[in-house]
Design a protein around this ligand. Sequence first.
Ligand SMILES: Nc1ncnc2c1ncn2[C@@H]1O[C@H](COP(=O)(O)OP(=O)(O)O)[C@@H](O)[C@H]1O
Ligand code: SF4
Ligand SMILES: [Mg+2]
Length: 398
Amino acid sequence: MTLAPKDTSSNDTAPETEGETAMVEPSAADDRAPAAGEQRRPSVVTRERRQGLLNPSGETPYLVVEDLTVKFPTADGVVSAVNGLSYSVPLGRTLAIVGESGSGKSVSSMAVMGLHDRKRTKITGSIRLGGDEIVGLPESELMKVRGDAVAMVFQDPQSSLHPLYTVGNQIVEAYQVHHKVSKDVAKKRALEMLDLVGIPNPQRRFAQYPHEFSGGMRQRAMIAMGLVNDPKLVIADEPTTALDVTVQAQILDLLNNLQKEFGSAIVLITHDLGVVAEMADDVLVMYAGRCVEYGTAEDVLARPRMPYTWGLLESIPTVSAANERLRPIKGLPPSLLNLPTGCSFNPRCPYKDRVKGERCTTELPELLPVDGAGAHMSRCHLHDKASIYEAEVEPRLG
Ligand SMILES: Nc1ncnc2c1ncn2[C@@H]1O[C@H](COP(=O)(O)OP(=O)(O)O)[C@@H](O)[C@H]1O
Ligand code: SF4
Ligand SMILES: [Mg+2]
């Protein structure tokens, strides 16, 4: 089936979700020896051109990530979790970062939050918030730049809400960290937030503990805590994965509506293309630490130009095809200790024989504009991506 991209014209009802997406889980970290470095072609895309291209909306971005690389030196070798990632997000816009688990979505977003352990992580590249560089800043400076401008919403509210403090007091504290106000003023603000995120009877709920909330209500409480300081950037990491489909739709609807109210930039991390279709303005597909396709949701969902994206779309279960067998992507993502040479997707790619010679296994494809122009980019050596998609992949999507 074809996914309809986010409808930005209305905000009243959440479109039906597509249910859980079947994805192949990655292998446990294995202990093969690190491979020799991959071969690279010299870049044909200049820095200026790339900056222009990696901004599908053309609006002034609030968050700019450029050539971000995150590596973890371990006893088994260096884990290259994020490799040359670039993207940008303007205020009021949602970028979905999508990919199977282990592709580097969370690691890249934690770098934006400045949450990595500095001693165990090597980060290079640039991350700018409202024009201010945060890579390489000492902790105290980072706090100043990031301040209350960035909030993160996680998959598991249990990990962010303290079990021994009432929900209300935790929101009060989160507010008082950034605002020198009395407890009464902060409480008023917390009650407003609980109301805003759709928690009934905020007065009573304020005094309750996290275990007294249902999963969906806990997620709402965490969103209230994340948004209490009116952040310019919200990073939501699989915010609905643990919830059932109905509650999932409500929470996504809430995030959409809050974005309209606060005008924040949202980076939404998910493995679920149904969620992407519902929420995203722009989409970045990650595979093995790299961006493999990037563009507006319209471009990426309706005119995908990379075999991995095709595989993700084909692996979505549909209501109409409930009895049909799903087509999960065969094989597993590579070990990040030992990436394949050439295109990282080549061991799993059903189209690599369509590329002349050994390019898929020897030459890393550049992230280049699709059809030679525009803001839609993909990383693949295939010449006839559009015709293969239209003739072979699209009909299978139904
Ligand atoms: N602190 C760490 N040390 C070593 N490897 C890590 C560390 N954190 C994450 N990784 C590895 O980085 C890769 C990307 O992880 P992650 O960003 O969490 O994936 P996802 O796309 O599922 O969010 C995974 O292979 C993970 O095992
Ligand atoms: S570069 Fe080759 S292996 Fe990689 S996605 Fe394209 S066709 Fe497949
Ligand atoms: Mg993750």
